[in-house]
Design a protein around this ligand. Sequence first.
Ligand SMILES: Nc1ncnc2c1ncn2[C@@H]1O[C@H](COP(=O)(O)OP(=O)(O)OP(=O)(O)O)[C@@H](O)[C@H]1O
Length: 261
Amino acid sequence: MQSSKIVTLNDINVSFIKNKPILQNLNLDIFKGESLTILGPGGSGKSTLLKIILGIIVPQSGTIHVLDKNLQGLAHKDRSEILKKVGIAFQQGALFDFMTVRENINFAMENMTTFTKNEREERVLSFLSQVNLNHAADKLPSELSGGMRRRVGFIRALVTNPELALLDEPTAGLDPVTTTIVIDIIHRIGFKIGTTMVCVTSNIDVAFRFAKKVAILKDGKIIGIGTKEQLLNLNDEWITHFLTIRENKFHADAELENLNS
Ligand SMILES: Nc1ncnc2c1ncn2[C@@H]1O[C@H](COP(=O)(O)OP(=O)(O)OP(=O)(O)O)[C@@H](O)[C@H]1O
């Protein structure tokens, strides 16, 4: 049985400059409860796609349904209500520098939920403990490492129990070990609260570690969607090259080493 859709993008076209399309005839369905990665090289339109789902960018044409509502037909107030059910973690955590960790997380709940003050306080501590950051509640973001700030950013995105979480390059700039830890933490919390999770990244390892289902974005078009095996089975030259590029590099490096030895 097909599960219900939480986001439907239909025939979306976006361009910032005439005759220079950023998203082209883009169609995408995101299903309730799934994890999906949107993978593409830098400049392929990943962040623009997230901003379309959030209504931050209005496309020249096409329709956007989020949580069963046509975003374009909604009054500002009704759109805000929908977006309260969406958790967002942008690159670098995007925390308010002048607020402590506790205040940053509480701020999201104050604005997006009806949790009582006591519930909010409890949630701040329980979510922070899930990412081993209880000790950081009263610190400012500037006192945290990059990985810690990122974890706080995820907590802030997920503490409101969103139906949909959008994560923009969640591990950019982190080392491989921290990357693995951060993705596992996101999964653990997201799975617990049953959130549909969408991650955009240009990193192939991150893409498939985050989700089995990956949509490949190239020049503003989704050119393939599925598991790694399904994507490779499309026999699309560009996709195959893109997904195996590091393996090719690995072989090239090995050959180079042989030549040098
Ligand atoms: N507000 C804007 N005005 C003009 N051009 C824009 C705007 N936003 C994005 N672009 C351009 O649209 C293209 C896609 O940008 P976008 O940020 O969506 O790509 P991306 O895949 O997220 O890139 P990256 O992985 O490097 O973050 C880029 O060429 C970018 O310069």
